[in-house]
Design a protein around this ligand. Structure first.
Ligand SMILES: Nc1nc2c(ncn2[C@@H]2O[C@H](COP(=O)(O)OP(=O)(O)OP(=O)(O)O)[C@@H](O)[C@H]2O)c(=O)[nH]1
Ligand SMILES: [Mg+2]
Length: 206
């Protein structure tokens, strides 16, 4: 998972399998080389899309969580590798985009919340927070969500951010990657780049 990593600053896309990371990668880079699919587990190793002259890249990381046909042991390995990738490169990560499926994320979080279980998405969010990696939650597939504000407020609540979600526009970005509607994410990334004095990168997210 680490061998071919170019030495650049980066924005990483992380999240459960099948939430639309690779579809979002296509939108962000304007390139269709990223394989997407209806079955979870399409992306198996990091995909970098880099600009040498700007010392910058977008990285699409493998999804974690349930994947049919993939052994439990292998799924755990993907998660371990993902955590190690972010830990070892945290200094170079300008922002992490935690992609979730707006239609199912609340159900999945609630199903896995218990006395000795923390849902993956929540765990990852706190992990990134603890590493002080600026994190944006891209709530994807909003084209399938009817009760938009309610859903986004619930998500804030589960992540430990005080609703209403509209107070968290730098953190919560509702999008529909498949429809090419990613303005909210671009806006949040612009804010991050500006704060980190990387205004030269604004052209990649406008
Ligand atoms: N309705 C809807 N479907 C979407 C959207 N974005 C992606 N999808 C669909 O979701 C499925 C999974 O998309 P991928 O981009 O392959 O997901 P991924 O997160 O890269 O999946 P892994 O590589 O398995 O981790 C595909 O069928 C996409 O067409 C969206 O905004 N709305
Ligand atoms: Mg993928």
């Amino acid at each position: 998972m680490f061998e071919d990593r170019p030495d650049r600053e980066e924005v990483v896309l992380v999240g459960r399998s099948n939430v639309g990371k690779s579809t979002l990668m296509r939108e962000l880079t304007g390139h269709s080389k990223f394989t997407t699919g209806q079955k979870p587990g399409v992306t198996r190793s990091p995909n970098h899309f880099d600009w040498v002259s700007e010392n910058f890249m977008f990285t699409d990381l493998p999804g974690f969580g349930f994947m049919s046909g993939v052994e439990e042991e292998h799924r755990e390995q993907i998660k371990t590798d993902l955590v190690r990738y972010i830990e070892s490169n945290a200094d170079d990560v300008l922002a992490a985009v935690l992609v979730v499926d707006g239609k199912s994320v609340i159900d999945i979080i609630d199903r896995h919340s218990g006395p000795d279980e923390i849902p993956h998405d929540v765990e990852l969010f706190h992990f990134l927070w603890d590493l002080e990696v600026p994190t944006i939650v891209a709530v994807n597939k909003m084209d399938k969500v009817d009760d938009r504000d309610e859903r986004l407020d619930d998500l804030c609540d589960r992540l430990g951010l005080h609703p209403p979600w509209k107070q968290w526009r730098e953190t919560i970005a509702p999008i529909s990657a498949k429809r090419g509607d990613i303005d909210a994410l671009n806006e949040a990334l612009r804010t991050q780049f500006h704060e980190q004095k990387r205004d030269d990168l604004l052209k990649f997210v406008s």
